[in-house]
Design a protein around this ligand. Structure first.
Ligand SMILES: *[C@@H]1O[C@H](CO)[C@@H](O)[C@H](O)[C@H]1NC(C)=O
Ligand SMILES: *[C@@H]1O[C@H](CO)[C@@H](O)[C@H](O)[C@H]1NC(C)=O
Ligand SMILES: *[C@@H]1O[C@H](CO)[C@@H](O)[C@H](O)[C@H]1NC(C)=O
Ligand SMILES: *[C@@H]1O[C@H](CO)[C@@H](O)[C@H](O)[C@H]1NC(C)=O
Ligand SMILES: *[C@@H]1O[C@H](CO)[C@@H](O)[C@H](O)[C@H]1NC(C)=O
Ligand SMILES: *[C@@H]1O[C@H](CO)[C@@H](O)[C@H](O)[C@H]1NC(C)=O
Ligand SMILES: *[C@@H]1O[C@H](CO)[C@@H](O)[C@H](O)[C@H]1NC(C)=O
Ligand SMILES: *[C@@H]1O[C@H](CO)[C@@H](O)[C@H](O)[C@H]1NC(C)=O
Ligand SMILES: *[C@@H]1O[C@H](CO)[C@@H](O)[C@H](O)[C@H]1NC(C)=O
Length: 881
């Protein structure tokens, strides 16, 4: 046996109808390219509804083919669209919302001397960013059909023509049909042949006989005899199977048998591409009523090897099929068996070739958004095909991120000086990964939409030089003040800042902005306060919000619902700053009393940093309230003296209790309780507010303990330049504390909740081990490495803080460790959410130590290897320094 091949075989008698499709054209897109005289028509023979291509492509020129070719061609071929300009021109087909994303896409071409040059062009066709094939013509009247069946990831199909300098590309017909999602088993196959074997009169069969509008071409040979049967073949065309849409009954109702009873049926392949695998579907149904002494029985041979394991004898009027999956197909024989009195028969055959595609398509929601932008502003440029792929044809003014496993995302959109007219396109709200948005210097009108403040990764927003009006959404101002967003909006004469009176003709006086309101009710309150305050304060006259400006707002906010104290009152409260309970970079915390309530008074240094911390923290505290976040009671803003007054946390910070300094030893359950408390506080920050709030400085020093050793998260709103002087190695603008810092954030400077999750993981390691984030030894080992090395050398029992003296359940330790490990996964997407962390930690409380654990974890060996169980991550975490 010569040749290297592989085949698989299926033999099924198909009896179960699964889906009955309606005989309408839902899931069809049928485009007559170049059609200009009318927007649409229904084809008389097929009843397929064709529309013009004007809404599917940006470019190209419409032409009619030479009249002498029209007679031999269907109406769809009478017009073509040619693309004399640009090397790449695309059609974008938007598939209606359907459950399946398995598409049959068919592009058809007939030259018909449309350009009067009598010169056959040659060009390439692409599906998205993948090369589909070359279009080569035999003569002016021949039709070239390219058909592909593939599993798409989105509702878009981009078909592009490439000019390869061998003539102008053009196209006649473009069709898309939605198939069953399992159809034809594979993700990418190109049609090589689809034959209705034995059809007499040479008519093509397609829709409506074939509900999927597959085109069945007649196929005959002089050496064959045609047989037919007009009865319905069991399961007619309205029946379909998940993985194989059957040929219509009319196709199955004709077959060929060798004219000579002793002959067999043979096919020879002329492979165009040796590397491809062929899928050959052969369909059989007996069409003759056999006498008792008649037998039709045959075998299929592929490159000389038998395909079926039992001889095939088709059943009268019943569909059966065989699939041969063949590498390097050369020849295929259907040979009758020695016991057969009748020659073999074949009703239909389909041959597909697998395509080595890895279609990369932009994330669908982003495409929806940018297509909305494109259509609203009528943008042409090179905006064709997929926005982000292929890289060489990236849409002008756009940039994307290309993560390895994910779909590309749009992260940058610059439409400055583009003559845009109208409102800010709603599609922009879809661009959820966008970091830079520049719409400056256009003629945009209308309001600044609220959704811009919901774009979580937006770092630069430029709306300068437009005719925008109305009030700027408050959250945009807040983000801009928090340093999360660079927001430029000057040169919009009618645009007002929140809180200013927009009826005021002094439109340029952009005024007191802000208030970090995240809640509706609160917002109403604050706005009332602002409008009152405006007349009390000197108005700044800048488009950019000054710090002073923001500062007034915070005061107003505080005035609205917190107590204000004078410096004298603070002095008396703290008994002249008698007892220091904490010290940070720009503040000292003193113990104090307000009436019978103990308080912590944080005096801020009268520096820029002190001011900023005052701002950031007060702003957040004014709007976030949670039992596991330290509460703000009042403030002092008296000349140079700024203070924030908090509830007093009697047991100080967690770091102190974990270090050897404290005499009190936290039990396992106390530790887990504190971890759960802090995790819930963090979860609230991440998910409990309209906008996620990133703490940025989660560490054991920032978890405070009350008299009952319950934990509360403190010190939010760390601003970019703030750092704690205890941790002196912070020199960059990266916020956070060394040892707790997310290595990914460190690299990318992208602030995400998952950075807090990383830091929390470190805290969790500290809680379990009693070790500091970075050892105080010469080597300064990071706790992640410390844990890894102890696990490796000594096992899980030795991980746990030795002061617990074995008072813990090893299963709970293991679970807590797993959770911590998941939190510190190197890549942020692999880290769990805080919600998940809270749930995991709640399972880590130990019962009485003497009771054996009834954990259902059968791995009882305390030295068992720790596996990380979130989202299928594996591998080790490491801290990048
Ligand atoms: C076409 O058929 C589908 C599937 O049965 C059905 O959901 C849809 O409403 C039909 N459309 C028309 C226009 O009849
Ligand atoms: C193209 O789209 C426009 C706007 O949606 C529509 O009015 C027009 O009828 C469409 N043209 C065709 C040929 O479908
Ligand atoms: C088809 O074209 C006719 C005009 O010839 C128009 O009235 C009709 O709305 C079009 N149908 C669709 C679905 O575009
Ligand atoms: C099938 O039949 C042809 C002739 O009809 C013969 O040449 C070929 O060897 C046969 N194949 C096998 C495997 O028997
Ligand atoms: C396919 O394989 C044959 C023989 O192995 C070889 O002669 C031919 O060049 C190959 N064709 C292509 C396109 O690789
Ligand atoms: C498929 O394409 C990939 C990259 O595009 C290539 O590495 C691989 O060898 C190809 N496989 C085949 C069978 O051609
Ligand atoms: C797009 O992003 C890449 C990678 O970040 C960068 O090299 C390139 O300059 C950017 N292009 C534009 C037009 O901003
Ligand atoms: C947008 O493009 C303009 C001109 O090409 C450039 O000046 C501006 O900096 C760009 N905006 C951003 C956000 O990159
Ligand atoms: C855009 O606005 C400018 C200034 O208001 C005006 O001169 C120009 O005509 C406008 N352009 C369009 C296309 O409306």
């Amino acid at each position: 046996m010569e040749g290297h091949f592989l085949f698989l075989m299926f033999h099924l008698s198909l009896t179960l109808p699964i889906i009955v499709r309606a005989q309408n054209q839902s899931g069809f897109i049928s485009i007559d390219c170049g059609l200009e005289d009318e927007p649409n028509y229904t084809d008389e023979t097929t009843s397929i509804y064709y529309s013009s291509d004007v809404n599917f492509t940006n470019s190209g020129v419409s032409h009619s083919i030479s009249s002498k070719y029209k007679a031999s061609l269907d109406r769809q071929f009478w017009n073509v669209r040619s693309f004399p300009d640009g090397t790449r021109n695309c059609y974008t087909l938007v598939v209606p919302q359907v459950s399946s994303k398995k598409y049959l896409v068919r592009a058809r071409f007939a030259y018909g001397n449309y350009d009067g040059k009598d010169s056959l062009p040659e060009f390439d066709i692409y599906l998205g960013d993948s090369w589909w094939g070359s279009v080569v013509f035999q003569d002016a009247s021949s039709v070239v059909t390219k058909e592909i069946i593939y599993a798409a990831s989105s509702n878009y199909a981009h078909v592009c023509l490439f000019n390869t300098a061998k003539g102008t590309p053009f196209i006649s017909v473009l069709e898309l049909r939605v198939l069953n999602s399992e159809a034809y088993l594979v993700n990418f196959v190109e049609l090589l042949a689809r034959f209705d074997v034995g059809l007499q009169d040479g008519e093509i069969i397609r829709y409506p006989d074939d509900v999927y509008d597959r085109i069945w071409t007649p196929y005959n040979s002089n050496e064959w005899t045609q047989i037919d049967n007009t009865l319905t073949i069991d399961h007619d065309a309205t029946t379909s199977f998940d993985f194989l849409p059957l040929p219509p009954s009319i196709v199955m109702g004709t077959a060929a048998i060798p004219a000579n009873v002793n002959d067999n049926i043979e096919f020879h392949f002329l492979p165009k591409n040796n590397a491809s695998t062929c899928y050959v579907y052969m369909f059989f149904a007996e069409l003759q009523k056999l006498q008792a002494n008649q037998i039709r029985e045959f075998n299929i041979f592929v490159n000389g090897d038998i395909l079926n394991n039992a001889p095939i004898n088709p059943i009268y009027l019943q569909n059966a099929y065989h699939l041969a999956i063949i590498e390097n197909p050369l020849e295929l024989w259907i040979n009758k068996t020695s016991g057969s009195t009748l020659p073999p028969l074949l009703n239909a055959i389909e041959i597909y070739m697998t395509k080595n595609f890895s279609l990369s398509e932009t994330y669908q929601t982003d495409v929806d958004g940018i297509i909305n932008v494109k259509s609203i502003y009528g943008i042409k440029r090179n905006w064709q095909g997929d926005p982000c792929t292929p890289l060489a044809y990236l849409w002008d003014g756009l940039n994307c991120s290309y993560a390895e496993s994910d779909s590309p995302r749009i992260i940058y959109l610059n439409l400055s000086f583009s003559g845009l007219i109208g409102n800010i396109a709603p599609g922009i709200s879809n661009l959820q990964s966008i970091e830079y948005l520049d719409l400056s210097n256009n003629n945009l009108t209308g309001a600044v939409p609220e959704f811009l403040s919901q774009l979580r990764f937006l770092r630069v927003l430029n709306l300068e030089g437009n005719q925008l009006s109305g009030t700027i959404p408050m959250q945009l101002i807040v983000n801009s003040e928090n340093g999360l967003l660079e927001f430029i909006f000057g040169g919009n004469p009618s645009l007002c800042s929140p809180g200013s009176s927009c009826n005021n003709k002094n439109g340029n006086k952009v005024v007191v902005p802000l208030v970090a309101s995240l809640g509706g009710a609160f917002m109403i309150l604050v706005i009332t306060v602002i409008s009152f305050c405006i007349y009390k304060r000197r108005q700044p006259v800048s488009h950019h919000l000054s710090k002073q400006n923001a500062y007034y707002k915070i005061r107003e906010e505080l005035e609205s619902n917190k107590q204000e104290f004078t410096y004298a009152e603070v002095l008396s409260m703290t008994r002249n700053f008698e007892r220091v309970v904490g010290k940070g970079g720009f503040a000292t915390v003193y113990h104090g009393w307000i009436d019978d309530t103990e308080v912590a008074v944080k005096m801020l240094s009268p520096s820029a940093q002190g001011y900023l911390q005052f701002q950031a923290e007060a702003k957040l505290l004014a709007v976030v309230h949670h039992k596991f976040l330290t509460a703000l009671i009042g403030y002092c803003d008296d000349g140079e003296n700024m203070a924030l007054i908090y509830e007093y946390m009697a047991n100080g910070d967690l770091a102190k209790h974990l270090s050897g300094k404290s005499k009190n030893i936290l039990s396992w359950n106390q530790r887990i309780q504190i971890a759960v408390d802090a995790a819930e506080g963090l979860e609230y920050l991440h998910h409990g507010c309209n906008m996620p709030i990133v703490h940025r400085d989660v560490k054991s020093k920032n978890i405070l303990l009350n008299e009952k050793f319950r934990g509360k998260l403190a010190d939010f709103g760390l601003s970019k330049i703030y750092s704690d002087e205890d941790d002196t190695h912070m020199t960059t603008v990266v916020a956070g504390t060394l040892g707790y810092l997310d290595p990914e954030y460190n690299r990318s400077h992208k602030l995400r909740e998952k950075s807090d999750v990383f830091s929390f993981g470190i805290v969790l390691f500290e809680i379990i081990t009693g070790q500091p984030a970075i050892t105080k030894t010469e080597e300064r080992t990071h706790i992640i490495q410390w844990v890894d090395s102890i696990l490796l050398e000594r096992g899980i029992n030795d991980i746990v803080d030795s002061r617990l003296q074995g008072e813990f359940d090893i299963h709970h330790v293991k679970k807590a460790l797993d959770t911590a490990k998941a939190c510190v996964a190197t890549t942020s997407i692999n880290r769990p959410t805080m919600t998940h962390v809270v749930n995991e930690l709640k399972q880590c409380f130990s019962k009485m130590m003497t009771t054996p654990s009834n954990s259902d974890d059968h791995e009882s060996s305390p030295n068992s290897f720790i596996t990380v169980s979130f989202d299928g991550i594996s591998g080790q975490s490491s801290l990048q320094r």
